[in-house]
Write a protein that binds this ligand. Structure first.
Ligand code: ATP
Ligand code: MG
Length: 567
């Protein structure tokens, strides 16, 4: 491509709301433009990067026997009602009616559509397993679209779905997909980690996320210092503490604790470790047609993990509550304890089951109980894992300690089991001629989010640094002085020869200052720029390596071979 003809509107200005390097540089370097919140146009450079990522995905999917299809983007709302997800997805689903007044949804993911495609078409165990995928635009009316391509409303996803006659076969496919996804990310040049993920309310037995490691990531992941364990904080678990702080010794007693409301104050007041105090976190749980105030109790040393809280209550969403709302229920904010179960629903952290020597709110203004033994409520209370792991907690699998890091979720693989096939009555006949629901898996990967992720991991202050498998062009040939006929001739020759070899090459033939063109090349992030300048008079050109920013002189007769060796 000749740069003079290319549509690459680079700019010095980043969008005013851009915080992430990927958002700033993909905008400034002319890869994308924004149309509205969460909506982007992909310009020629971005299209090339997307196609490259898609090719890698297609190649790896081909190797594991997955077949590409393409389902309609507009999906009938009836299917979403059949699965029950029309409520679960809530406002993220963009719905509209056609001229015949039928309701439709812009596909945010295609489980329902894929089950509908397969049901009544695949009828026998003999035709299983089957793995179908597509790479397609998705639409989710995200509450907070942000960070450019990272969280769009319209975005490109690779979504795959597998159908099996047994959970064993699903397990095999799930493992194969994990391997394939890892290969894809490795080929793209990304540093990533596969972590255990929240399986959500739809359940399912296995869920893993592929996280690209980046400080800008929206997800916190807990990773073990000594084994492979890694989990999204939403799903991370820990081994119970082996060494516990010294327990306060006191008989069961009510104590006046004037104005002692916070856990810190309480621990200070009694001179005990917060581990022996019980904290109450009150939340409003949102259900389809109602809301409920629920009291979550945990050790004072722990925090509520909201995703676990939602899963424990089967709610759709979770919100904060005001002190007034609590008082209206007859509760005493700051002094709420778990021993009185009458006024609101309680969910108690599993680690508190049978905990002794605890200090708990007495449900009375300015009073706490000491020496509380929670085994008295073990029969009546509802216990669940609702605590967020802390850095330094013990790994659930080994002796290691957990630490936190940030990640970008670029992929999610999930064992669905029969959730969707049962809801949508999608069945096959087993060896005995008996109808069975398909056992399913689902495998998503964020293609447009991957474009941004590559830049989050590969950039410097001057712009993008594309990896080999993602670069829109591998080589940029820079004519330093366009008026110098020899420079032009050498550049044109190299351009032609590289093109003939199938190298993706850009020829910067613009009548612009050298400094300006170099800045532009750095911003766009071509892995290599061949600079044809003054040194040509001495028989030399230079290769600029975008990653190291080093310029290496190369004899002009050698340049073709050197570039070929590099690419
Ligand atoms: P997130 O927690 O980031 O919202 P999700 O759990 O909703 O992601 P999935 O439903 O599992 O995501 O979708 C599969 C993949 O699609 C994700 O792993 C991610 O890479 C990508 N993806 C999801 N939402 C968006 C979005 N709004 N913009 C860009 N990519 C997205
Ligand atoms: Mg989401």
């Amino acid at each position: 491509m000749r740069r003079s003809r290319a549509f690459i509107p680079t700019s010095k200005e980043a969008p005013s709301d851009a915080q992430l390097a990927s958002h700033i540089f993909l905008s400034r370097a002319g890869f994308v433009t924004q149309t509205a919140a969460g909506l982007y146009n992909y310009l020629p450079l971005a299209k090339r990067v997307i196609k490259k990522i898609e090719n890698v995905v297609n190649e790896e999917m081909e190797k594991v026997g997955a077949q590409e299809v393409e389902l309609s983007f507009v999906t009938p709302a009836d299917l979403w009602a059949e699965s029950g997800r029309i409520e679960k997805f809530g406002k993220e689903l963009l719905r509209f009616r056609d001229r015949k007044d039928n309701m439709f949804v812009l596909g945010p993911t295609h489980e329902e559509m894929m089950v509908d495609l397969v049901r009544n078409r695949v009828n026998s165990y003999k035709n299983l397993p089957l793995n179908l995928y597509q790479i397609k635009t998705k639409f989710r009316d995200e509450a907070r679209p942000r960070f450019g391509l990272m969280r769009g409303r319209e975005f490109i996803m690779k979504d795959g779905y597998s159908f099996h006659a047994s959970t064993e076969d699903l397990d095999r496919e799930f493992d194969a997909m994990e391997v394939a996804y890892k290969k894809i990310l490795t080929r793209l040049g990304l540093d990533y980690r596969v972590v255990e993920a929240d399986s959500g309310a739809i359940g399912g037995s296995g869920s893993k996320e592929l996280m690209v490691i980046a400080d800008s990531g929206e997800d916190t992941i807990a990773i073990c210092s000594s084994c492979e364990y890694g989990a999204n904080i939403e799903a991370a678990v820990r081994a119970s503490r082996k060494e516990t702080p010294e327990a306060p010794q006191a008989g069961f007693n009510k104590f006046q604790t004037l104005d002692v409301k916070s856990i810190d104050d309480l621990a200070e007041f009694f001179k005990v470790d917060p581990y022996y105090t019980v904290k109450c976190v009150a939340k409003k749980l949102i259900y389809e047609d109602e809301t409920e105030i629920v009291l979550f109790f945990l050790r004072g040393s722990d925090d509520l993990q909201e995703v676990k809280a939602v899963n424990a209550t089967d709610a759709l969403d979770i919100e904060d509550v005001s002190e007034e709302e609590l008082k209206a229920l007859g509760l005493v904010p700051g002094f709420i304890g778990p021993l009185d179960q009458d006024k609101a629903k309680h969910v108690i952290d599993s680690e508190l089951k049978n905990a002794a020597n605890m200090i708990v709110g007495a449900n009375e203004l300015h009073y706490h109980y000491v020496g509380a033994d929670l085994s008295v409520i073990s029969e009546v209370a509802y216990f669940a894992d609702i605590a967020e792991v802390n850095e330094g907690d013990s790994c659930p699998h080994c002796e290691g300690k957990l630490s936190f890091t940030k990640g970008i979720e670029v992929g999610h693989i999930f064992k669905l089991g029969t959730t969707y096939s049962e809801a949508l009555k999608a069945e096959y006949l087993d060896e005995n001629g008996k109808a069975q629901p398909f056992v399913m898996g689902t495998y998503g990967m964020g293609i447009s989010r991957l474009v941004a992720s590559v830049i989050e991991q590969h950039h410097d202050d001057n712009g993008c640094i594309w990896t080999k498998e993602t670069a829109p062009y591998m080589v940029n040939i820079m004519i330093s002085n366009i008026k110098d006929e020899t420079q032009v001739a050498v550049a044109e020759e190299l351009y032609k020869n590289l093109q003939e070899q199938g190298v993706e090459v850009m020829l910067d033939d613009r009548k612009e200052r050298f400094g300006f063109k170099m800045k532009d090349a750095e911003l766009i992030g071509f892995p290599y720029t061949v600079i044809i300048g003054k040194e040509l008079a001495n028989g030399n050109v230079q290769i600029f390596d975008r990653r190291t920013t080093e310029k290496t002189p190369v004899a002009v007769d050698e340049i073709f071979n050197r570039v070929m060796a590099l690419v």
